[in-house]
Each structure stands twice: as C-alpha cells, then as structure tokens.
Design a protein around this ligand. Structure first.
Ligand code: DLL
Length: 434
C-alpha cells in the first residue's frame, strides 16, 4: 500500500533521532520562555534549556499532567498569542470544568497530516467517500478525521454521530467507502444495518475506529457485520486528537507519528523510564506543536512500545492497544467520564452532604449503559413518589449537562447500598465481564 511521506515515515531511526533532538531543543527553548508553569518546573529542577541536548536528555525534563490544564484553565498553557490560535477543542476534566486545548493553523495542518498518513496507509484516496460519524464539536474525533480525509482529497461526508437511521441511509445512498466512528457505534450501526436488511447495499471497504478501548473480538464482529476491514486509531485531545498513532495495513500495532510526538513508557509509580518493550504508562512530548505544546505528558494509558521495523517499511515505533488506565477514567459511549464529575453533581444536589452512591457501567446490545444508584437521605425518604421522580429527573439532567451523555438515576432507600469499610468501591464496570 501507499505511504504518504516515505521520507519521514520510513526515515532510518538514527536520522529520526536527530530530527527529534533538533525539534525537542526548539520546543524546550520556546516553552521555557513562553509557558510559566514549564519554566517554574524547570527552575525547580535546576534545569536550563541548554541542558537539553537531544532526546537522550528527555528523561531529565519535568512531567506534565491533566491537572495542569485545569489549574491553568482555559488558556494559561498556550505558547502562542491567542490571535494565532485558530481553533480550540475540549475534553472532560476530572471535575465540572472541561480542559481546553488550542491549535495554530500549522497545528491543524500537522494534525490533518497525521490522520492522512493513516488513510493513505489503508488504501484510501481521492476516489473515496469518507463518512465521519465521530461527533463534531469540541470533541476532537469529528473534525480530526475530517481534516485527514480532506487532506487526501477524499469526499468527506460529515454526518457526525447519532441519528442512526439517517446515518445508514446516507451511507447507502452516498456510497460511503470508509466509516470513521467509535467501535461501539460501528457495532451498533452494523446491527441496525442488518435489521434494516441493507448490508448488501453498502459500498464500505474500511473503518477507522478509536477513542475507546476495543478488543480483537469486537474487531472481528464489526468486520463481519459491515463487511469491511477495521483499523484502530489512537489519540488524545491534549496531544492532538485522533492520529497520534494508527494502524497501517499490517495491523501489528499503531505507528506513532514520531516526527511530531516522542513517546516514552514509564513506571507510573516512580516515574522511571522503563526498558524497551516493557509495559507501563505512556507519556508524550509534542515536538512540533505551536499553540498548546506539552512536555512529557502523562496520558494515564497503560501501554507497550515496539521499536522493530514494521513489514510495511515504516520505522516509526508501534504502540500496542492501550491495556487499561492508571486512573479511574471511564470511557462511556466514546465519552471520557471521571467518577469525580458524577460525585460533584451529587454533592451539589445534596447541599454538600455526600450521599452513598454507586456507578454501574454495562453493555447492553452493544450499547454502553450508565446507571447511578443514589441513597436518599432520611428527609428525602419522606417525599412522595412524584417529588422523588422529579428529583431523579433533575439529577439526570444535571449529570447529562456535566458529562455530555445520559445516565439513569435510581434513588434507593436510606442505608440500602453497602457501606464500605475503608476505600469505597463505587464504580462497577461490568463491561469487562462480557
Ligand atoms: O478520544 C481522540 C480520538 C478521537 C482518538 C477519535 C481516536 C479516534 P480524548 O477524548 O481526549 O481523545 O480521549 C483520549 O481515549 O487517553 C485513551 O484512553 C482513549 N483512546 C483513544 N483512542 C483509543 C484507542 C480521543 N484506539 C483517551 N484504543 C485516551 C483505546 C483509546 N483507547
């Protein structure tokens, strides 16, 4: 299959290391000047930009964290004047406020390039019709895939997520040859297509799926249902969005766009860099990003890296599917959810007296479900059925407005939920059982 930029994607690793070193030095110097938090952290370690001579010095640099984006909300970590930021995206923070990221025009071009590399790798080009069924908006999925598809000259069909019947009719009538969405939505689309009896009218060849964990089993089911080849794409808003890494036609791990992002695997407890091939927390440094660069960003994704050259000819390192998280973030219907966001809603609603609660996530008919059991207070217990139903509705609306996805609230009798001794177990993710 084709390679968009063989000179970059197949660059000998020694040369790549030189390129990364140059870019790292450039990034560290400008961030030291422009990003207060970064300068403070460098100073605290007694480091100057001149101490960083290349990628071999990367491990000396301070980490950055999701919490930083919250502390410097909304624009405090940007490294370019706001007049040069041409777009922002956002993602869930651990509590009420979302985190914000910004892009210059060059950042958007680089982003489109990363996604375009994948599209070319899996055989897409200007004759293709790419249906983008990731959500458009502050989430990076929709516009991220869109940019890549435009870059390769394909015809973009920007359906965004949802409205499944129309989505499918569009897919059939417009002759979509590629589908971009979350794997769980792909599965749901596949089932609906079977029900509508339209499978033999599809023109789909490939799917580009990511934004949430999915298994090899799920891949095979999607491939059968939609009669396509399904490819994995990874990314996170803080680093760029989709296309930080992607599967090529060999499907033996996801190539990280290493001319833009340097990955490391560290021990999440000690912060030590782990030897090649070890499993640990994935950390990224953005070496080309202008608007919102990050040094050694802790993704919290548990992962492994493989530096062997791929059969496709690309030399860029391949990462395994993330194997889990080092924090409690859940991904429900493709949306990042922190239990603390739900806790905050409940706290507010109960005037600060934290009710006992449980968060139950499951998968029913290939659709994620979110149920929240909340113990009523003794006062609430006396309320009539109508008032209780209204309280449930109010909480459901609150949760939806904070998380961006719906949840079912169940008010339970006082003291009916198990009291925990020690660390409360509040989250039950039953999807793992299936
Ligand atoms: O999910 C960006 C994206 C959009 C990637 C579309 C792929 C396709 P966030 O909303 O910031 O960004 O969520 C990032 O999602 O740290 C992982 O935990 C998880 N994630 C993303 N892609 C994959 C994947 C987008 N292919 C977080 N497999 C990341 C497993 C994934 N987990």
């Amino acid at each position: 299959m084709a390679i968009l930029h063989p000179e970059i994607e197949c660059m000998p690793r020694e040369e790549l290391k030189k390129l990364q070193s140059e870019r790292l030095k450039w990034q560290v110097a400008r961030m030291y000047e422009r990003v207060t938090l970064f300068r403070k952290r460098m100073d605290a370690l007694g480091l100057k930009p001149s101490d960083i001579n290349g990628v071999e010095d990367l491990h000396k640099l301070p980490f950055s964290y999701k919490q930083d984006l919250r502390d410097y909300y909304p624009y405090g970590l940007f490294a370019e004047p706001l007049k040069d930021i041409v777009r922002v995206h956002a993602s869930s923070g651990t509590t009420g406020k979302q985190i914000v990221v910004g892009y210059t025009q060059k950042d958007l071009d680089d982003w489109a390039d990363g996604v375009a590399r994948m599209m070319v790798a899996i055989g897409l080009g200007e004759d293709d019709f790419v249906q983008v069924s990731y959500g458009y908006g502050l989430f990076t999925g929709g516009l991220g895939a869109h940019g890549g598809a435009e870059k390769i000259g394909a015809t973009v069909i920007p359906t965004s997520a949802g409205n499944t019947q129309r989505q499918i009719q569009t897919m059939v009538d417009f002759g979509s040859t590629a589908l971009c969405c979350t794997p769980s939505y792909a599965l749901y689309l596949g089932e609906s297509i079977e029900e509508m009896g339209l499978k033999d009218q599809l023109s789909l060849k490939v799917g580009i799926f990511g934004a949430e964990p999915w298994t090899e089993d799920m891949r095979h089911t999607i491939e059968n249902k939609l009669n396509i080849k399904a490819y994995d794409i990874y990314g996170l808003s803080e680093i760029m969005g989709p296309g930080v890494s992607y599967e090529c036609e060999c499907q033996a791990g996801m190539h990280v766009c290493e001319d833009m992002f340097i990955p490391e695997i560290i021990d999440p407890d000690t912060g030590e860099v782990l030897p090649e091939g070890a499993q640990g927390e994935l950390v990224f440094t953005t070496i080309t990003k202008e608007g919102f660069p990050l040094i050694r960003y802790r993704t919290r994704d548990i992962c492994e890296l493989n530096y062997e050259k791929c059969a496709c000819g690309r030399t860029h390192v391949r990462m395994k599917k993330p194997q889990g998280r080092t924090d409690d973030m859940l991904i429900i219907r493709g949306v990042n959810v922190f239990p603390s966001q739900i806790e905050e809603v409940l706290l507010k609603a109960s005037n600060g007296a934290m009710p006992n609660y449980q968060i139950i996530v499951d998968r029913v008919n290939n659709n994620d479900t979110l149920d929240i059991n909340v113990e009523m207070t003794a006062e609430m217990f006396g309320d009539d059925v109508k008032t209780l139903a209204a309280t449930e509705k109010m909480l459901e609306n609150e949760v939806r407005s904070v998380l961006g996805i719906g949840a079912k609230i169940h008010l339970c009798n006082p003291k009916s939920l198990p009291k925990s001794e020690g660390k409360a177990k509040r989250v039950f993710d039953n999807r793992k059982l299936h």
